[in-house]
Design a protein around this ligand. Structure first.
Ligand code: G6P
Ligand code: ZN
Length: 541
């Protein structure tokens, strides 16, 4: 029986960089999830449609799935394809949306944010192309959430999501699918599994830290079962509602167990970690951390070694704060390189239009046109494919890369949970100063350009302004100031610093030391301590 429940708008249901993310308890509050889902269905339409549904297994994932299923049925959806146990990694959801030519999908995740009753939850809508909804759609959902007065829900018992197969929920079909199989097949179609299997068989050792999040089952199936990596290669492989207390963000700070192992005496040849919903990745060689910007460049330069990319790339794209290392690769390959604002959704049009094949961001995201999300395991497998064919270590591959292209020293410094008013004041002050900065010298560095990054999408002409304050220095160094769009507490200031060294000298410095002058100039120009009281970053990538 369909019930119509009276409700009233709840303030703040505005999706950010990647869907609506709130404290779990907020999502569990009366009508909160229901209002948002109704606003979503009202906006995109549900009648007669087929959607994919799944999440990263965090706390409330299972309950939210049952609510969304009953609301989809009440709103007239024809079918929902859902991962067994309501699980799906974000890239796997994107793939299922495309594979089954559905009308979109709902992904339950707060990505790399911690999970649990006192942590974070999130809901995001992806379009029929498999990619995150563009701003026009999320804005419309938000607008609808501000005027909602009722929602529809079916009164029914829980669907058994543990059993693969089809069941009916009212008039709607629910198809419970293996969350891993189709995705694993897709990976097998892109990469040289024989070569990777031979690599593992030759004694190559790997550690994959799934951080008690969604990639555990995927990594076990692909790396251990299909590719023959030693059992136990994947650690923290069981997705847990609170991620076992881990903060599933694959960066040197949060993936410290992996970092310690990779920097230790008995380090395996290759290490990787992924985030809560499986779209991010960090890769590490024995004794050497690979910055995401370098990873993107190496992947672009070597992608032709994988069968799925043997014909070459159409073009590459990176977010503005990502280092220009991949641009240098593109130039040498004669490819177009695009620079977009932060947020995977900005790659969607370029991928759909066939302008780019590989994209990446400094925020540990890399992916290609095989889905419309960044894809953690995809990046890990492309690295493995490259390692399997080149038979060099990660360190050797990086050294050779820098020797050929020069090195873009790069780091991101995060200052978390800053009082929002203080962060806004800092940005207002720096933004106001921008027009007068060119030509000035600060901390020994001469500013050549200072601007607020804006982007005009070359495909649909849409314009996004105020995407980050850029300070470019003589010699190709730069500092970028941006406020995170994904935090849930106060403001997070991200300071991105980059310095290019052409080589052959100076390619093996410690990045923080190499970047010290740029960091000093950025602190001086942004008056970070003055406005925020902070000097030391909480996270350094
Ligand atoms: C999410 C998005 C990415 C983005 C990242 C950083 O992971 O999918 O595309 O780069 O957040 O966002 P933030 O606004 O926190 O820097
Ligand atoms: Zn994620």
């Amino acid at each position: 029986m369909v019930t119509t429940v009276a409700t009233a708008p709840i303030a703040g249901q505005k999706p950010g960089t990647s869907g609506l993310r709130k404290k779990t308890r907020v999502f569990m509050g009366a009508h909160y999830l229901e209002n948002f889902i109704q606003a979503l269905f009202d906006t995109v339409g549900a009648a007669g449609k087929t959607f994919v549904l799944g999440g990263d297994g965090r706390y409330f994932n299972d309950r939210a799935a049952q609510v969304i299923l009953r609301m989809a049925a009440a709103n007239g959806a024809a079918k929902v394809i859902i991962g067994q146990g309501a699980l799906l990694s974000t890239p796997a959801a994107s793939h299922l949306i495309r594979l089954n030519q559905t009308d979109g999908g709902i992904i339950m995740s707060a990505s790399h944010n911690p999970g649990g009753p006192d942590a974070d939850f999130g809901v995001k809508f992806n379009m029929p192309n498999g990619g995150p909804a563009p701003e026009a759609v999320t804005e419309a959902i938000y607008a609808r959430s501000a005027e909602i007065s009722s929602y529809k829900i079916l009164e029914a018992a829980d669907v058994d999501l543990g059993r693969i197969g089809e069941t009916r929920l009212g008039a709607m079909m629910v198809e419970v699918v293996d969350p891993v199989a189709d995705y694993a097949d897709l990976m097998q179609s892109l990469f040289d599994f024989d070569a990777i299997r031979a690599l593992f068989a030759s004694g190559f050792a790997m550690r994959m830290d799934s951080m008690c999040a969604i990639t555990g089952p995927y990594a076990r199936e692909i790396l251990e079962n299909r590719l023959g990596a030693a059992p136990g290669t994947v650690t923290h492989a069981e997705p847990l509602p609170d991620f076992g207390g881990m903060h599933p963000d694959p960066n040197p700070t949060w993936a410290h167990e992996l970092m310690a192992e990779m920097m230790g005496e008995n380090a395996p040849d290759f290490g990787a970690a992924s985030d809560g919903d499986g779209d991010r990745n960090m890769v590490v060689g024995r004794g050497i951390y690979v910055s995401p910007s370098d990873s993107l460049a190496v992947l672009a330069a070597n992608a032709h070694l994988a069968p799925g990319y043997a014909a070459g790339l159409k073009g590459v794209a990176r977010s503005m704060p990502t280092s220009a290392a991949v641009d240098l690769v593109a130039k040498s390959l004669g490819l177009q390189a695009y620079e977009t604002p932060t947020g995977w959704k900005f790659f969607g049009n370029l991928l759909d239009a066939g302008r780019v094949t590989i994209c990446g961001e400094e925020s540990f995201g890399t992916g290609s046109d095989h889905v419309r999300e960044k894809d953690g395991l995809w990046a890990v497998l492309l690295w493995l494919n490259i390692l399997a064919l080149r038979r060099e270590s990660v360190a050797e591959i990086l050294s050779a890369h820098w020797a050929k292209f020069g090195r873009n020293y790069y780091s991101r410094h995060d200052f978390e949970a800053i009082d929002s008013a203080k962060a806004d004041a800092m940005f207002a002050s720096l933004r106001e100063a921008l027009p007068g900065l060119a030509g000035r010298e600060v901390a020994g560095l001469k500013i050549t350009t200072a601007d607020d990054f804006g982007y005009e999408d070359p495909v649909d002409g849409s314009v996004s302004r105020q995407q980050g304050l850029r300070l470019l220095f003589e010699g190709g160094s730069r500092a970028v100031f941006r406020l995170s769009g994904t935090g849930t507490e106060g403001a997070t200031l991200r300071l991105y610093v980059e310095r290019y060294v052409a080589g052959p000298e100076g390619l093996d410095e410690d990045p923080q030391a190499a970047l010290a002058p740029v960091i000093a100039a950025a602190h001086a120009l942004g008056a970070i301590e003055h406005f925020t009281g902070r000097v030391t970053p909480d996270v350094v990538t």
